[in-house]
Design a protein around this ligand. Sequence first.
Ligand SMILES: [Ca+2]
Ligand SMILES: [Ca+2]
Ligand SMILES: [Ca+2]
Ligand SMILES: [Ca+2]
Length: 412
Amino acid sequence: MTQPPLAQPPCGRCPKTYERPGPPSTSSLFLLSPGVATYTDKLFKFRNNHWEDILSDEVNVARGVASLFAGRSVACVDRTGSGRYSIYIANYAYGNVGPDALIEMDPEASDLSRGILALRDVAAEAGVSKYTGGRGVSVGPILSSSASDIFCDNENGPNFLFHNRGDGTFVDAAASVGVDDPHQHGRGVALADFNRDGKVDIVYGNWNGPHRFYLQMSAHGKVRFRDIASPKFSMPSPVRTVIAADFDNDQELEIFFNNFAHRSSSANRLFRVIRREHGDPLIEELNPGDALEPEGRGTGGVVTDFDGDGMLDLILSHGESMAQPLSVFRGNQGFSNNWLRVVPRTRFGAFARGAKVVLYTKKSGAHLRIIDGGSGYLCEMEPVAHFGLGESGPQGMGWGEHAVSCCQDSGS
Ligand SMILES: [Ca+2]
Ligand SMILES: [Ca+2]
Ligand SMILES: [Ca+2]
Ligand SMILES: [Ca+2]
């Protein structure tokens, strides 16, 4: 995604949360209909002083863009790098009913001065109209250097890795790069650069199947992902959300599995991924403390800095087959570590979903984050690049292809 560079921060100490100024964004909210439903998907726009479903506008009903199919996940995709989002919808198809969809604004048929926003499904022309048991979706420059690619971990069929050709159309590279995993049933998924080599890696959970930790490699110009999951990490579980974040700000990413106590207890799990100079990262299991929740029917989870103290917090939702309250967890380690939070925005002022943010430190080199585009699976993370810095300070900061200097110092 091509974006203007971040504004220079004020001199002196780095701001803790670093936000690029821009016009206020107009947000929309997309809701999926579960199963083959009696009601359609909803796309709410704040219009006429309240939220209105624009999928039920006459113009969009006539265009048949509202789906009755069983949606599982949605994500925003800036497929052309214009700053305008399409919404990718991972549907759960039945045979040849209910392909994945890619909904976006049709500028020629829209009249924004009257609040009329005509939508169209461009999945077929973009090359992503496929039938599958859609589950998790994540968006970011996985194979591309800055354009948004789309990874989908599917059920009862191969996964998709839609590589952006650079013109907003995609080609499925999942099988050729080794992430198709055709016999497993994907759920939560997260993108991160675990070994800090600048290449985006993919981690996801399979429902009662081996969880995957795909490190992106390249040899002779060919990309190939290699599963480095340890036996403990890959151990099957009824997994829902998968989150990759640095909870203790020590620079090493943690991976959290939110398990659904399906027919018996199923504790959540937490791993720390420790980068090594020569060799694959070490995967160390941690005790998630109260977030173990062995009887928790975890359906979703998000990471955000709930209380603004620079330490990431974990919010878990539960339910489906039994009412359970939300849980909010705070970490209890790493309070003295430094951190930096970056909130990139598009030229229109919206959160820059799918953008890549790279931070360089003197001691530990490049750290890469991807702004969440929407679902891993049924969830959406905060649109913030959160960097734990340990005892280091940031040296410079890059966003996409636009490197900008930052400052030498940081707060704690
Ligand atoms: Ca699969
Ligand atoms: Ca990597
Ligand atoms: Ca950590
Ligand atoms: Ca916090």
